[in-house]
Design a binder for this molecule. Structure first.
Ligand SMILES: Nc1ncnc2c1ncn2[C@@H]1O[C@H](COP(=O)(O)OP(=O)(O)OP(=O)(O)O)[C@@H](O)[C@H]1O
Ligand SMILES: [Mg+2]
Length: 266
């Protein structure tokens, strides 16, 4: 069953330049759907169009339909979309350090979000739930981390904290826009494992955006390949890697396979 359905999504930059062209895809209940394509192909614009957080000059030129949990999102008022962003759809970005506030401890930033969704939460409960969430994203000494500032933590830790903060709302769908791109390969793998576990344990669907086919191979159930603002093919993971249809996908795969070969030559 489709949890998120995008139909005929178009985004224009101006009369002459179209950034997103007739994009159609759906994220099914409980699955990890990856949107993959090179830099500048429109992945982030799609993610932002879904949540209506594009800059106003682009948001004006969005057309098509976005349905989430049987509710049409485009055309909702700002207030209505905020409530969807609360319970329904959470989002994490590539730059987790930039998304966290540098002058507040982790504890305070988590408390802010908790209070937004459960205003009456008591101090003890707040602490208990914050620690539980940090554990859920595999943070080992959560009591210590709560008392730290973002700049004292590694990129991988900050990204875990961003995921934990997104989980406060218990979203049905998490949109993750290149959340591991700035991390080293080992940390990246660990974060992906956390997301996979959350997908299974919490039945949280994920729309995962990346340019990295290695990442896609590790976590995707299904994949949409995007080139120049258009989806060129949608496949299950196994089919995409075994029998890519579009020339663009074949080129992406060929590139991916060439990298280890280059490393061997060094
Ligand atoms: N605010 C904006 N105003 C005008 N054009 C924009 C704006 N934001 C993005 N674009 C254009 O839309 C196109 C797609 O950008 P987008 O950020 O979605 O790419 P992307 O696939 O997310 O790339 P990356 O992998 O580098 O994050 C680009 O050509 C970009 O120049
Ligand atoms: Mg992007």
């Amino acid at each position: 069953m489709a949890l998120l359905e995008i139909k005929d999504l178009n985004v224009f930059q101006d009369r002459n330049r179209q950034i997103i062209r007739n994009v159609n895809f759906q994220v099914n209940d409980g699955e990890i759907f990856c949107l993959v394509g090179r830099s500048g192909t429109g992945k982030s614009v799609i993610a932002k169009a879904i949540l209506q957080i594009l800059p106003p000059e682009l948001q004006r030129f969005v057309s098509g339909t976005v349905t989430f949990d049987s509710r049409s999102l485009l055309g909702l008022t700002h207030q209505q979309i905020l409530s969807v962003r609360g319970r329904g759809i959470g989002m994490i970005f590539q730059d987790s350090l930039g998304a966290l506030n540098p002058v507040y401890k982790v504890r305070v930033q988590m408390a802010d979000v908790f209070r937004k969704y459960t205003p009456k939460i008591g101090r003890k409960e707040l602490r208990k739930q914050s620690i539980a969430l940090l554990r859920q994203v595999d943070i080992e000494r959560p009591e210590e981390v709560l008392e730290q500032y973002p700049f004292e933590l590694s990129g991988g830790m900050c990204q875990r904290i961003m995921i934990a903060i997104a989980l406060i709302q218990r979203p049905q769908l998490l949109i993750a826009d290149e959340p591991t791109t700035s991390l080293d390969v080992i940390t990246q793998k660990k974060i992906l494992a956390v997301l996979q576990r959350l997908n299974q344990e919490l039945h949280m669907s994920i729309l995962f955006i990346t340019h990295d086919l290695g990442v896609v191979h590790q976590i995707a159930d299904r994949i949409g390949v995007i080139d120049k603002g258009q989806i060129v093919e949608t496949q299950t993971r196994d089919n995409l890697f075994a029998a890519p249809q579009a020339a663009y996908t074949k080129a992406l795969l060929a590139n991916m396979l060439r990298v280890p070969a280059l490393e061997d030559e060094r």
